[in-house]
Each structure stands twice: as C-alpha cells, then as structure tokens.
Design a protein around this ligand. Structure first.
Ligand code: EPU
Length: 432
C-alpha cells in the first residue's frame, strides 16, 4: 500500500506520451482466447488490470510471453479450462469478456460475476446475457458465477437489439459471434474507439466484422481465427486526464501518441473553458494561461462527452469562473468523489444525476482518498492545482488504469511522490 504526496500550485510544462488504451486492452487480451494461433499484441499499457488478465489467461493454460514492457505474445491453443480463477476474475470488471470469448470458442464458460468501480449500485449485465441467449446459450448465475453453455455445442448467429447502449455488451456479443454459425447483427451498438479497436484486432486475426463504430455491427461467423500481430490504440481517457491536468494547473503540455479525432469531445469542452488546443498529426498542444470559464457538461456514449472524464472535468470546473452544471447520464451515480473535493474547498452540490459546481479561486491541499479509478485521477488533478500539500490514499485504484502516472507527471514539473504506508484493512481492489 502506498499514497501520493503532492505539493501543488505549479504549472505543468513539457511532453507526455500516452499509453495504450486500458479499455481496449482489457477486451483484446481476453479476445485472444478466440485465436487458434499465436498473437503478438503491442502498445499494451503497463497497468495492474492488464497484469491480472495475463495471470488469468496463464492459469487457464495459455502461454504468455512478455516481449517487452508493452508487447506480449499470447498462445491460446493450449487452453485447458473454461473456468477462470474465481478469485482473480471477481477483482476486475472486464472479466465479463471471458464469458463471450470462452463461450464463443469452446461453447461454455463459468466466470465469477464481475467486480468493478461501484457507481452507486449493481452494474447490470442483462444486455450481455440477452445477446448470448439469442445466440443459443443457456445462461445461469450460481454461487457468484455466470455459467453459460451453448445448447447445441456451438453458438449460432442472431439479431440482437441492445436496449441500452453498452460498451461491454457490444464487445462481448461481438466476441461470442466471431466463431458462431452464421451471421450476427448488433443494433444500437456502442461506438467507442475501443469497440472499433477490438473489431480491428479480431479482423486482423481472420474475423469478418463490419460496421464497428456505427450503430449497427454485422458479424459473419468464420471457422477459426489464426494468429497475427496487432497494436492497441492510444488511451483517450489517459490523454484527456493530462489535458484536464494542464487546464487546472496552467502551463503547456504536448500530449503525444494519440489519435486527435478521439479527443474531439473533450477538446471541444476544454476550448469552451478557455483552454487553447492545437492539433498535430498524432499529438495535441494544450495550453492554459488565462482564467478558466464555466461551462455545462453532459456525459453520453461516444461521440458524446465520456463518463470516464466526468470527475476530472468537474475538478477543472471547480476552479472556473461562474457556475457549471455537470450531468452524469451514463451511470446512476458517479459523484462519490465530490465529498473529497469539498475537503479541499470545492463548492459542489449534487442533486441526483446533476452536480452544480460553483467555481472557487483556488483549492487547498488536504488528506483525501481515491474512491475509484477516474475519481482518483480527479484527486490527482485537484492536488496538482491546489495550494499546499495533498496526500491521496487508496491509489491502487489509480494504478489499475494509469501507467506510470508519477513518472509522467514528474517529467512535466509536478511535485508528486509515492510514499509507502501499511494497509491495515487489507482492502479488496476493483476497478474499470
Ligand atoms: N447497462 C445495462 N445493462 C447491461 C450493461 C450496461 O443496463 O447489460 C447500463 C449500465 O448500467 C450503464 C450503461 O449501460 O448505465 C453503460 O454501461 P456499459 O456497459 O457501457 O459499461 P461497461 O462496459 O461496464 C465500460 C468501461 C467503463 C465506462 C463504461 C461507459 C470497461 C472495462 N469499462 O464499462 O470504464 O465507464 O464502459 O463508457 O471498458 C473506467 O475506465 O473508469 C470505466 C469505468
């Protein structure tokens, strides 16, 4: 266990290289279970959620060869079990992808119900189940695990209309469908960049998926996927987090190794707040030297403003002139972090799905905690901008999704350090 100690009120200057996308990696790595050959995957973020996935796959019988910090070779033709370790799978939200991948390849899967960041209630998976069932699977939940079995030994293609736009259900049904008999159509599909990335990965291994990135995804089942090589896209949310950080502190950052188009929804809002953003081929130059202006934010599925940037942007708005409204429309409750920001002097009132943010002149350092991954990122941003010293505990949440956040921030002038501390509670970690 450790905590971050940050001396704030310093502008950030320099360059930050963005890592591979967490939410693409945690889908693509289990999707390798569908591949009957060796896949080489590059631009993998070095974060604890990914490391946990490697352990889960190894435990199932896969050969995992680490080529370097960001590249691995996975050989899943040696898989001997369709029951991932309960204790490992329950720690990670994205373990639900093991159901789609194992069911699609072997016709059955038994996987612990997923954990994940708690956004104020149970995170349902009914749309995943709806898809598997339409494809001929029988899905039951017993003793804390999802058990799915293809009634005819193999799934068959189906038309699935999603009642809610779900990233996880879209990816999971896509995985289940690539080796199914016949065609699958997913209507009202999610369109996030990591959906397109998963489809590109699977297509590069021999799948036949069309329409990823639109509302309708069509998958023609193929007999087998063979190996290949693939590089994961850059992390939109990590990039957005550094953009928000420089907006809060002032200064100038060149955010490199990104796809600027993926950042449009975030850039548009930061520009409204008075931040200057210049686009380059695979980088954004982000500068803030004047005062921050108020604006309103409403989270939406892509290409709307991402819910995974809501805590970070609300933290910047806490320092803007005037009153802003932040509406969370993806999750029923994602404002737990507001109480921590209030300890630092932020003036925010939450009423259901809306936070009313009254900008203050500055925040003051305080002992605070990360209550989940993106809330933790917001705490780091608040601390970087605040006057005085902030100590952030529960930082294991942050490390599940941000590669080397300390090193990257120190390189651009932040005064942030990691301090070891005992963990009396022995907390179970969950994220994503
Ligand atoms: N939903 C249902 N039924 C389902 C699935 C989802 O009602 O079967 C609802 C959810 O309750 C929520 C909405 O649909 O209100 C969207 O949920 P979605 O399924 O899209 O979320 P997810 O797949 O569980 C992923 C990311 C989250 C991110 C959301 C939304 C991963 C591992 N997680 O979760 O990322 O917030 O999409 O973009 O990809 C994070 O990275 O911090 C994080 C939490």
């Amino acid at each position: 266990m450790h905590k971050y100690v940050i001396n704030g009120n310093r502008p950030l200057y320099g360059e930050v290289d963005i890592s591979g996308a967490k939410n693409a990696a945690v889908a693509i790595i289990p999707a390798a279970l569908l591949v009957d050959g060796v896949c080489r995957i590059e631009n993998i973020p070095e974060i604890s959620d990914v490391t946990l996935f490697f352990s889960i796959l190894e435990d199932l019988g896969a050969r995992v060869k680490v080529l370097n910090r960001h590249a691995i070779e996975l050989d899943c033709h040696t898989i001997r079990s369709t029951r991932p370790s309960y204790n490992m799978a329950r720690r990670i939200r994205a373990s639900y992808y093991l159901v789609g991948a194992l069911l699609g390849r072997f016709g059955e899967a038994t996987v612990a119900l997923p954990g994940g960041c708690n956004f104020g209630g149970v995170r349902p998976i009914d749309q995943h189940v709806k898809g598997f069932t339409a494809m001929g699977a029988e899905v039951t939940v017993e003793s804390g695990a999802i058990h799915a079995v293809a009634r005819e030994g193999k799934l068959r293609g189906a038309n699935v209309y999603l009642d809610v736009v779900s990233v996880g259900a879209t990816m999971n049904i896509m995985m289940a469908a690539v080796l199914a008999e016949g065609n699958t159509v997913i209507e009202n599909a999610a369109k996030e960049p990591h959906i397109v990335d998963l489809a590109n990965f699977l297509n590069s291994m021999g799948a036949d998926i069309k329409g990823a990135g639109t509302d309708t995804i069509k998958i023609r089942g193929v007999a087998a996927l063979s190996g290949g090589s693939y590089a994961i896209i850059p992390d939109q949310i990590e990039a957005g987090t550094y953009m928000a950080a420089v907006a809060a502190t002032g200064g100038q950052l060149l955010i490199r190794n990104i796809i600027p188009k993926h950042m449009d929804c975030i850039s548009a809002k930061l520009r409204e707040m008075g931040v200057t953003i210049e686009e380059q081929d695979d980088a954004l130059l982000v500068r803030r030297d004047g005062p921050l202006q108020r604006t309103n934010i409403k989270t939406m599925p892509y290409p709307g403003f991402p819910t995974d940037m809501q805590p970070q942007i609300a933290t910047v708005l806490a320092l803007a002139q005037g009153t802003s409204l932040v509406t969370e429309s993806v999750w029923s409750s994602r404002f737990k972090y507001v109480d921590e920001l209030k300890r630092m002097g932020a003036q925010i009132q939450v009423d259901g799905k809306v936070a009313v943010v009254e900008g203050v002149d500055h925040l003051e350092g305080a002992p605070i905690q990360a209550c989940d991954l993106r809330a933790g990122a917001a705490m780091v941003i608040a601390a970087l901008a605040a006057h005085g010293t902030t100590e952030i505990t529960q930082v294991q949440y942050i490390e599940r999704g941000y590669e080397d956040i300390i090193g990257k921030l120190r390189a651009v002038g932040a005064d942030i350090r990691l301090v070891d501390e005992p963990d009396p509670a022995g907390t179970v970690q969950q994220a994503g």
